[in-house]
Design a protein around this ligand. Sequence first.
Ligand SMILES: Cc1ncc(COP(=O)(O)O)c(C=O)c1O
Length: 393
Amino acid sequence: MKSDFLKYQAQTTPHPLATEISHAKGSYIYDIHNKPHLDFVAGVSACPLGHNHPKVVDAIKKQLDSYMHVMVYGEYIQKPAVELTKLLAKHLPKSLEKTYLTNSGTEAIEGALKLAKRATGRSEIIAANKAYHGNTMGAMSVMGFEERKQAFRPLLPDIKFINFNSFDDIKQITNKTACVILETIQGGAGFIEPIPGYLERVQQQCKKVGALLILDEIQPGIGRTGKLFGFQNYNCVPDILVTGKGLGGGMPIGAFTASSELMDLLQDQPKLGHITTFGGHPVIAASALATLKEITESQIIPNTLEKELLFRKLLVHPLIKEIRGKGLMLAIILTSSEITNALILKCQDRGLILFWLLFESKAVRITPPLTITNDEISKGCKIILEVLDELHA
Ligand SMILES: Cc1ncc(COP(=O)(O)O)c(C=O)c1O
């Protein structure tokens, strides 16, 4: 299977991890030799309830028995999508009432950027250095990492970059700006939190000049930071909220949410301002609805902060310089990128899944299922510390 994988399936790196999967359950993924791999990555923050959560699987199966794709987005009334968007509204401030469901995070970013241009009649977009918002042309245009996008230029015109957390740079947001797009917590950059007052100041400036604030919560959203949405930690409500990943409970999804007043602009001038065939797919929406219900009706969210404390207590080692992030969106910063690589690969051999971050080569991602138990955290951290001891010797 490995040679077919390399020969026929397009790859994103010359050296994929290439573990061949048999099945997955809870916090474990099993390979074809039935070896369990404890999952500290959760499909890159996309499986908040772990693998094959019974309530999610049940919702998917029930929906499969009723109907799958029946019509393009938004024409027919399909209960799972309606209930999902309604439940999102219930958990969001009043100004974030209407949600457009997409097939992926990057597509939701495209929709959000288009909505901001349509609403303001302006073209300038301000994004942050080291930001990651996805890989389609528009989303890549607002990625703050030139090395990874140079080959694909020309991209969108009229994009300016500011430094995340620089109060000084906020003055670059002017009455030419359609929108500012930021990750609530910068992911690829190394899990950088906004410093106190930063997002509020950006929002004030946006309001002053008539620009919209888009917060990308594709990674921090859906309970990972101890609140359902990351922005709820920082006293700042965006004009457009973008979610994805964990919302789908292991199925592909993206979503952007705004006021009805803003969102309704996509129906007119031009009509069909944003369209998709499969967005809001009933099976995906059923999975997302079951996931969101479980997360909001249980103790999962408050427990993430206790689990963060356990990680921080256990992961103390001379090779660990710092642990960044919030809740179960944590990054271990090691002393060198060589140590980072060795740690990830050696842990893989010992049955613990870790992974890199996009732009910070010394970081190891720790974004386990939110349902991970304290015993599983202790077990995985023990493996990390043993490997670090070996690397330190
Ligand atoms: C912050 C952020 N925005 C956007 C995306 C793109 O989402 P997707 O891969 O579903 O297109 C990601 C994915 O890693 C992300 O972490």
